[in-house]
Design a protein around this ligand. Structure first.
Ligand SMILES: [Fe+2]
Ligand SMILES: [Fe+2]
Length: 211
């Protein structure tokens, strides 16, 4: 029989949802752009940079939901702990991108609650399938996010050094998350699953850039 989570667990999990969607995120580490000078950009460049940072912020909202879902259903305590620790670091990415969007005069994606709900469901499902697949899903997500961030480094306005500093540090962190999942026993995902994940994230990034 399916065991229902305890009330305090439910309250804690709901608190994560509210903090991700409704409260400003806080970073324990210094923001990577803390000592980087703001540079001149024209309106089109600022809008473009804000759109890209909105996509990155939306990706971090999804990461919170995925990790939350995965840790809720992961069986191995070590895997569960690793997921929670990674989620903690992703909160910093939320904080960095959130502040940068603000500085660029942009706004966060209006569809964030929708992406959160979808990603939470995917995370819960991944966790239920089994730990090695759950970790495989985590590793593949992090690798795809890493590739996507590398793409943003090519697309950001060349002089937007502040956004670049943030994206570069995020890229380093996501690579570590993928390596951690591999060390914990991630199974390589079948190619069609990887392709489906890529297609889903393409929809998310296209919409988040505009909305
Ligand atoms: Fe992240
Ligand atoms: Fe990550």
């Amino acid at each position: 029989m399916l065991k229902l989570p305890a009330l305090d667990t439910l309250i804690n999990e709901f608190d994560v949802v509210l903090r991700t969607l409704a409260a400003p995120a806080v970073s324990a580490r210094a923001h990577p752009d803390a000592h980087v000078e703001e540079t001149e950009m024209d309106d089109a460049q600022r809008r473009h940079a804000a759109g890209l940072m909105r996509v990155n912020h939306c990706g971090e909202v999804c990461a919170q939901a995925l990790y939350q879902g995965q840790s809720l259903t992961a069986r191995d305590p070590a895997a569960r702990e690793a997921l929670r620790a990674a989620a903690h670091e992703e909160v910093e990415h939320l904080a960095w991108t959130e502040r940068r969007i603000d500085e660029l005069g942009g706004h966060k994606s209006l569809l964030n609650p929708l992406w959160y709900a979808g990603s939470l469901a995917i995370g819960v499902t991944a966790g239920l399938i089994g730990d090695k697949w759950n970790l495989g899903f985590l590793a593949e997500t992090e690798r795809q996010v890493g590739a996507h961030l590398a793409g943003h480094l090519r697309q950001l306005p060349p002089q937007d050094a502040r956004s670049r500093a943030i994206v570069e540090q995020m890229h380093i962190d996501e690579t570590h998350h993928a390596e951690l999942a591999d060390q914990l026993g991630a199974a390589p995902l079948p190619a069609p699953v990887k392709a489906l994940m890529g297609a889903t994230s393409k929809v998310m990034t296209t919409l988040a850039y505009r909305l």
